[in-house]
Design a protein around this ligand. Structure first.
Ligand SMILES: Nc1ncnc2c1ncn2[C@@H]1O[C@H](COP(=O)(O)OP(=O)(O)OP(=O)(O)O)[C@@H](O)[C@H]1O
Ligand SMILES: [Mg+2]
Length: 253
């Protein structure tokens, strides 16, 4: 099972939008279908909302980390075959204190391993924070996706993430920056594309915003839109990267 973290210390950069659409692409998209789990680590519960899940009454998302409840007890199916969610709830607000008290630096990775027989892809939707949870995400991830709105400040933000990843892991996972909100009518955005021609990008369009209105991923209501294509390309790029990593690991073994 590959663990794909959608990560940034910044808020509002498109993490949940990318995580939810990538999860749909992995399970239902053009590439071979992967059994996919989307794990929402943000107390705001954006991923559950995007898939129109009923907000759970139980506040057990944090208990999972304490070992009081098993992941499979909290996982919910979505309306899409092959795509499940491990939803967030407000108990995650106090998760960091628990992780620090537990003192297990790889707790998230250990929980991830409990899921590897059931899923091929685990996609983590992260809260915009730098804390013990984000450090654990970086230690567990096979690959880190960093959404960057196109601005000079984002480039600084990206350097910061790279530094953060190196600080927390001896063997840093590959990091894939994604320009998350590109408006081709704006000169600055075109400059960002020209400066980073190999980075994947997602257009800034109302169809993407509509995901939160329809509470469905883009591929489910606008499968032929340019933005759905952009998510499909991003997903295919991730699959190619994972295949390369697997090949290199096999050669090294
Ligand atoms: N490519 C896009 N085009 C148009 N709107 C977008 C795009 N990407 C994200 N948005 C909108 O931007 C807002 C923030 O996106 P999102 O919630 O995905 O960011 P986030 O990084 O998860 O935020 P937070 O840090 O608060 O969790 C949302 O209203 C979303 O619909
Ligand atoms: Mg979010």
């Amino acid at each position: 099972m590959a663990i794909i973290a959608v990560y940034s210390a910044k808020g509002g950069v498109g993490k949940t939008t990318i995580a939810t659409n990538l999860a749909w692409c992995a399970a239902q998209g053009r590439a071979p279908a992967r059994r996919t789990l989307l794990w929402d680590l943000d107390a705001a519960d954006g991923a559950g909302f995007m898939f129109a899940l009923e907000a759970g009454r139980k506040r057990q998302a944090r208990s999972l980390f304490a070992g009081d409840v098993q992941p499979h007890a909290l996982i919910q199916p979505t309306a899409y075959a092959g795509l499940d969610i491990l939803p967030a709830d407000s108990s995650l607000r106090e998760l960091d204190g628990l992780l620090l008290r537990m003192g297990q630096r790889h707790r998230l990775a250990t929980l991830g391993r409990q899921l590897e027989r059931s899923y091929d892809r685990l996609i983590l939707d992260c809260p915009p924070m730098l804390n013990e949870l984000s450090a654990q995400v970086l230690r567990a991830a096979t690959l880190v996706i960093v959404p960057l709105p196109p601005s000079p400040l984002s480039a600084r933000g990206f350097d910061f993430v790279v530094e953060e990843i190196r600080r927390h892991t001896k063997r840093p996972p590959p990091i894939l920056p994604v320009l998350s909100m590109i408006d081709r009518r704006r000169a600055l955005h075109n400059e960002a594309l020209a400066a980073n021609p190999t980075w994947p990008w997602i257009p800034l369009v109302s169809a993407v915003e509509q995901c939160a209105v329809h509470r469905r991923p883009l591929g489910a209501f606008a499968p032929n839109s340019p933005a759905a294509d952009a998510f499909a390309r991003l997903s295919q790029g991730i699959e190619r990267k994972l295949a390369q990593m697997a090949q290199r690991a096999a050669q090294a073994a």
